[in-house]
Write a protein of this length. Structure first.
Length: 726
């Protein structure tokens, strides 16, 4: 049933087998900022799901007219116009998309200034893959529209807003005899009785694909275009005769003329300019249009005689199109994504390397129906890891060229991977997530996202609770804030990285948690199972029944502060303390020597497989990590899930979230041997305190499992893509 009131605007669409595109097309007009409208869709005998998709729309402003058999575009549009009730009529094709303020801006133009009966707009190309292309600007101004109408349609058909009263008073409708050029014929007849104009801003996304009439039946369309054009040229300048009209049309419309008749064609086109000036009393638009046509065939001198400012005008027009495209894409991309809420959000995450604590999170994200996830890794490892990670998510490991000599500066390799851009192009992401900003793929992903107007989020491990070398600060100062402010939002590992992101310009409400974490419930349950074997596990590490075992885990490298830990155990002065370190690296010999000198019982267990590492946590009494630089430290999550009290340096990112000083351990200044020794001594002296604080660690880590991070990730990328999460 139709609404009782008469709408201000009726948008008319004709659809035949348009199931792939009809939903966003209809949604784009029903969601216009101008709400006083109706949408009239003529279903021209569709045999696909078009009728079902239209039936699903629950909006009384949608009116569907069905043709029992296919009538063609012109006849279907006439049916739509006859059913329409609006004071103004607007067009849209079933595969195009109107931007949100299209009708608002067109109505503002026709209500003010010089009256026009038809008003079009510029368009931005949209391909089948959802990519936004070039801007096309139609002629602007009544004179320019009329000159253009001598050679082809002066309006992009899906963009027009037409005065219903003018159509009805002059009995103007589409003529089905002009198949493929029905709009050009109508505009030519309408301009004989009224005026028209265009807005030079793109307000419609115009689909470009092989099925369009201009591509599928190009010759037929050009034939009808020629028929209408010669009719209009003949009416304006009968003195040209049939041959002169043909030459003027070929040069002015197609930008071509027979090589041996170029001068004749130029003369004919110039004569047409004179006739246009006599009829309309305005020659500038005609001279400008003719000059461009002459320049295209190499007649530059004649072109400049007609329009001396032609080079400047061409350059200005090119710059204007670039500016329009940039501005329109920024508006169009989120609008377009918001119109297809049922499609999964295509997300590409660009990450340095597969890790055993990040990969399972991506596995779970990939299982969510709201997300179509691809994770692109810079390399199998950029930091010399020996992990064996088998992702269950869609993963692409790039094969890049490593830049020598950068690891000491960046703390990781820097593989140059130009293949990233091919992956992004083929994936066509709605959202990009860049892990950090210090690898080539992360930098490339951010640059690609900016240039393609795809929203990006940052996944940041680093924080500001660490002293950086002066050159690092100098590099970060101008670069990081620009990257952060350009991001739609960001993922933080915890409080410290969140604070750093906000300080660098990311909106606080758009920073979400995506933790370096573990499956807390599974680890805690396995630790409980192993508890009955604790004494045997301790014996396997060389521990005596009365020993207080301090465990640390990580690479044996200077930034882990293991030498500080050895000195702290010695400073604690409790002979029951024994230090177990799980990990391997270049510091092994130095640590063994230092422990021997200080009388510290040190057991270097080497790299442990996951099950063996879990056994070490269960065997230990205290977990310590005194790193001088540690963005997070997922081993803290593991130790907490195994119910251990913690002694952490203030440079460990996890300390801000998983340690409450005095409740489940102690935070000590990085490099402070005395403070760390005192904390270890307190725990060594009090078994009940160890048990109480270990239980508190398990409580605190419960909120840091996979579930919250997965939910946070899905919601953030959904919002960034312009969708409304359910």
């Amino acid at each position: 049933m139709k609404p009782a009131s008469t709408p201000l605007v009726s948008i008319v669409l004709a659809a035949h087998d348009a199931a792939a595109t009809i939903a966003p097309a209809v949604a784009s007009v029903l969601r216009q900022s101008e709400r006083d409208l109706e949408v009239v869709v003529v279903d021209d005998g569709s045999s696909d799901a078009t009728p079902e998709l239209l039936d699903r729309v629950r909006d009384e402003r949608l009116v569907v007219v069905r043709n029992d058999e296919r009538l063609g575009l012109a006849a279907s549009l006439n049916r739509g116009v006859d059913h329409a009730r609006g004071r103004w009529l607007a067009r849209l094709d079933a595969d195009d998309v109107a931007l949100e303020r299209r009708l608002e801006r067109q109505l503002a133009r026709v209500r003010s200034g010089w009256p026009v009966a038809v008003l079009g707009t510029a368009v931005l190309e949209l391909d089948d893959g959802g990519r936004l292309g070039a801007v096309h600007v139609p002629p602007v101004g009544d004179a320019a529209v009329r000159w253009h109408a001598l050679f082809g349609a002066p309006f992009f058909h899906p963009t027009v807003l037409v005065d219903r009263n003018v159509l009805d008073s002059h009995r103007l409708r589409y003529d089905p005899a002009y198949a493929e050029s029905e709009d050009y014929d109508l505009w030519a007849r309408l301009l004989a009785v009224a005026e028209g104009d265009n807005l030079d801003v793109p307000l419609v996304l115009r689909r470009v694909h092989p099925g369009q009439a201009s591509k599928r039946r190009g010759e037929l369309q050009r034939s009808f275009q020629r028929t209408v054009a010669l009719r209009e040229i003949g009416a304006l300048a009968p003195e040209l005769g049939a041959d002169g009209a043909e030459l003027a049309f070929a040069l002015g419309g197609a930008g071509w003329a027979p090589p041996d008749r170029r001068d004749e064609a130029a003369d004919a086109l110039t004569a047409l300019v004179d006739a246009f000036a006599r009829r309309h009393g305005e020659a500038r638009a005609a001279r400008r249009g003719a000059a461009r046509a002459l320049a295209r065939v190499g007649l530059r001198e004649r072109a400049l005689r007609l329009d001396p400012l032609l080079p400047l005008e061409v350059a200005a027009a090119r710059a204007r199109r670039r500016s329009l495209r940039h501005a329109t894409v920024r508006q169009a991309a989120p609008w377009l994504r918001s119109l297809v809420p049922d499609d999964p959000v295509r997300v590409v995450v660009v990450s340095p390397e597969p890790t055993p604590y990040r990969s399972p999170l991506f596995d779970r994200v990939a299982e969510r129906p709201e997300v179509d996830l691809t994770v692109v890794y810079a390399a199998q490892t950029v930091a010399g890891r020996t992990w064996e990670v088998v992702p269950k998510h869609r993963a692409i490991v790039l094969d890049g060229v490593r830049v020598p000599g950068v690891r000491p500066l960046l703390r990781h390799d820097y593989p140059v991977t130009p293949g990233l851009f091919r992956v992004l192009r083929e994936a066509r992401p709605d959202v990009v997530v860049a892990h950090g900003w210090s690898t080539f793929p992360a930098q490339g992903a951010i640059a690609w996202s900016r240039s393609h107007h795809v929203p990006y989020l940052l996944l940041v491990s680093s924080h500001d609770a660490v002293e950086r070398a002066w050159w690092r600060r100098a590099v970060r100062r101008p670069v990081v804030p620009a990257i952060a402010k350009g991001a739609w939002g960001a993922f933080a590992l915890g409080t410290l990285s969140r604070d750093s992101l906000v300080a660098n310009g990311v909106s606080a409400e758009r920073v979400r948690l995506f933790a370096n974490t573990i499956d807390v419930g599974t680890v805690a349950a396995r630790a409980d199972e192993l508890a009955s074997s604790r004494e045997a596990l301790r014996a396997g590490l060389g521990l005596e029944p009365g020993d207080v075992a301090v465990l640390s885990a990580g690479r044996l490298v200077p930034e882990k502060g293991l030498d500080v830990l050895v000195r702290a155990v010695a400073a604690a002065g409790d002979p029951r303390l024994a230090l177990v370190v799980a990990g391997e690296g270049p510091e092994r010999e130095r640590l063994e020597t230092l422990a021997g000198e200080l009388g510290v019982r040190l057991r270097l267990a080497g790299d442990l497989a996951w099950e063996r590492l879990l056994e070490a946590y269960v065997a230990a009494d205290v977990f310590a990590l005194l790193s001088l630089w540690e963005p997070w430290g997922v081993v803290v999550n593991e130790a907490a899930a195994c119910g251990k009290p913690l002694v952490l340096s203030d440079r460990v990112g996890a300390a801000a979230d998983l340690l409450r000083d005095g409740e489940n351990g102690a935070v000590v200044p990085a490099g402070d041997v005395a403070a760390a020794g005192a904390a270890l001594a307190r725990l060594a002296a009090n078994g009940d305190l160890r048990l109480t604080q270990g239980a508190r660690s398990l409580e605190l880590v419960q909120g840091w499992g996979y579930g919250p991070s997965v939910e946070s990730f899905v919601r953030a990328v959904t919002e960034a893509a312009g969708r409304v999460p359910t």
